[in-house]
Structures are given as C-alpha cells and as structure tokens.
Write a protein that binds this ligand. Structure first.
Ligand code: ADP
Ligand code: MG
Length: 302
C-alpha cells in the first residue's frame, strides 16, 4: 500500500486488537526497552469471584457476605463487584451504606446499620505481626492466619472489620488472562529484560500468579504511589518503561512511564485516557505484537 509506515503500523496494530493513539505513541511503544505490569485486571482477567468465605465469631457466611457487600456496593473495584455478586447469590440484597469512602490499594469504609465496616487488604487493616501486638487480640490473629493461608493458595484475601473487629476473611480467585504467558516471554525476549510485576496484592498471592505466567520479578504490597516510585526507579536506571495496567490505581504509574498501555475492556476510563495504546481485545499477547509492529515501522521510517 502507499500508506506511510507509521500509519500502516497503527492500522495493523488495530487489527491485532491494540488501538495506538498517535504516531508519537507508536514511537514510544517502539522505544520501550523494559516492561512493568499490573497483576489484577492486567495479567489476570480482573473478574474475580469469591471462592472462600470464613466468618469469625457469630454470624454465618450469608451474614458476612451481606455486611461486606453493603460496604462495597458503591465501589467499582473488581473485588467489590465480586463481593456484591456473592452476597446476591446467597439471597442477600446489600443494605444501603452511609459515609462511604475508599482508598485505592487499601479498601473501603462505610457505616452499615450504624456500625463502621471496613473491607480491604489484610496488610492495611490488620497491620503486620509486629504492630498487631497487644491490640486486636485473638480475632486479629485468626484473621491474619486465615488470610495468609488463602494467599499461599494464590487467592487475594480481604478482611472484613465491623466496629474495628474482624468479622471474617474472604478469598478471591481470578483467572489468568488469555495470552499472558506468551506476552511475558515475547516482551522479555524483545526488551532483553524480565518483565516486572507491580501489584497491590500480597506477596504470596502475587508470587503464585507470577509463576504461572513465567514472571520472576515481583514487587507486591504496593500502593499506587509505590508503583510510580518503582517505574521512576527503572527509568532513572536508564530504562524506557512500558507500563501495562488497567485500574484507577495504575493511572499515576501509567503517567510516569515512558509508554503507557491500558487494558481496554475491563480497564478504568482514567487508565484509558492516560494511555498511549489501549488493548481492546482480551488477549494480552496483542501488546507484544503491537510493540513488534511499532519497532518495525520505526526502522522503516528512520
Ligand atoms: P492490583 O495492584 O493487584 O490491581 P489494587 O491496588 O487494586 O490491586 O488493590 C490492592 C489490594 O487492596 C487488594 O488486593 C485488596 O486487598 C485491597 N483493595 C483495594 N480495593 C478494594 C476493595 N474495593 N475492596 C476490598 N479490598 C480492596
Ligand atoms: Mg489492576
């Protein structure tokens, strides 16, 4: 065809399921020589389901799910959607919560029937064994042990607190995205460096998922600003980082990276707006294909 190489490459990437936003974006995609990627919703499908329900104290699984779902209902986080769905499957319609707030990478807080309820990361809500000494007591210990056991199985564990006390622990299971392992090995081969997994999830759960995808470099327990710091550190070390992410929590890291790639279908609007390229099909290996196309087009132009 008579189409200029950059435009042809953009069109071709589109056919592979990656929308590249501009010629400059394609340039950045071609120049990337390191890859950082998010776990939940990027490496995995990001449509987790509640697989384990462990109430602590009185009240059964339906009561625990109803409590958690009431606090989670206003949240758009995939974990929140899974918790609400699980409650409805138990026949529980989540109650109207008040004073809802959420912290990316941590969890949600709300007043449910006049009681303060929190649902979120065990590390943030229970603290480490060191700072848990004295306060919390047996229920905290049980929740922490329960969460650790779930994480060892590769589950994402979230803790439910009512009035500051653990009411239970939920385990969420997510599926690996189609083409994840292929994308990881193709991107590793292209950049000459192993892709790095950046995740807010706990280390044990992250390691399990990483192994399955052939990822050896894992940075877990990260808050959104920690993901930014990791990307900056890689860039300061001379790398031009391609950050692949999907969530609101990934937007700052996407903005900090040389090249930003967002997951289109399940991704947040914010991550899509921040990105140079958007993966509109569900296969992650489309990213590797688009990067190769960009590289080839640049060679033709320069
Ligand atoms: P990732 O980096 O893997 O995409 P996030 O940064 O979105 O994950 O979340 C990190 C952790 O924060 C989750 O594993 C969970 O423990 C907690 N979390 C975040 N949002 C919520 C929520 N709405 N409900 C419960 N837990 C949450
Ligand atoms: Mg994510």
């Amino acid at each position: 065809s008579t189409m200029p190489p950059l435009l042809a490459a953009i069109a071709n990437a589109g056919r592979h399921g990656v929308l590249v936003k501009s010629a400059e974006a394609l340039e950045r995609l071609a120049a990337a020589d390191a890859v950082a990627l998010d776990k939940t919703g990027t490496l995995t499908e990001g449509a987790p389901r509640v697989a384990d329900v462990h109430p602590i104290g009185d009240g059964g699984r339906a009561a625990l799910l109803a409590l958690a779902a009431a606090a989670e209902r206003p949240s758009e986080h995939p974990i929140a959607r899974a918790v609400v769905a699980a409650a409805r499957e138990e026949g529980e319609e989540p109650a109207e919560a008040r004073d809802f707030s959420s912290v990316p990478g941590e969890g949600v807080w709300a007043l449910v029937d006049g009681e303060q309820v929190a649902v979120g990361s065990p590390a943030r809500l229970l603290g480490g064994p060191a700072d848990g000494a004295g306060d919390g007591g047996a229920a905290h210990e049980r929740a922490r042990a329960q969460a650790e056991a779930l994480e060892e199985q590769g589950r994402t564990a979230v803790v439910v607190l009512r009035g500051g006390r653990p009411a239970g622990v939920l385990g969420l299971a997510d599926r690996m995205r189609e083409g994840a392992a292929a994308a990881v090995s193709a991107l590793a081969a292209r950049t000459g460096r192993p892709p790095v997994l950046l995740t807010g999830d706990a280390p044990a759960a992250a390691r399990r998922t990483a192994e399955e995808a052939g990822i050896t470099e894992v940075e877990a327990g990260l808050l959104p600003q920690d993901k930014v710091a990791r990307v900056r550190a890689m860039e300061d070390g001379g790398a031009r980082v391609m950050m692949i992410g999907d969530g609101v929590n990934d937007a700052p890291a996407l903005a900090a990276a040389h090249t930003a790639v967002a997951m289109g279908r399940s991704g947040s609007d914010l991550s899509r707006r921040t990105a140079d390229a958007v993966v509109v099909r569900d296969e992650l290996d489309a990213v590797a294909a688009a990067a190769s196309l960009a590289r080839r087009a640049r060679r033709l132009v320069l």
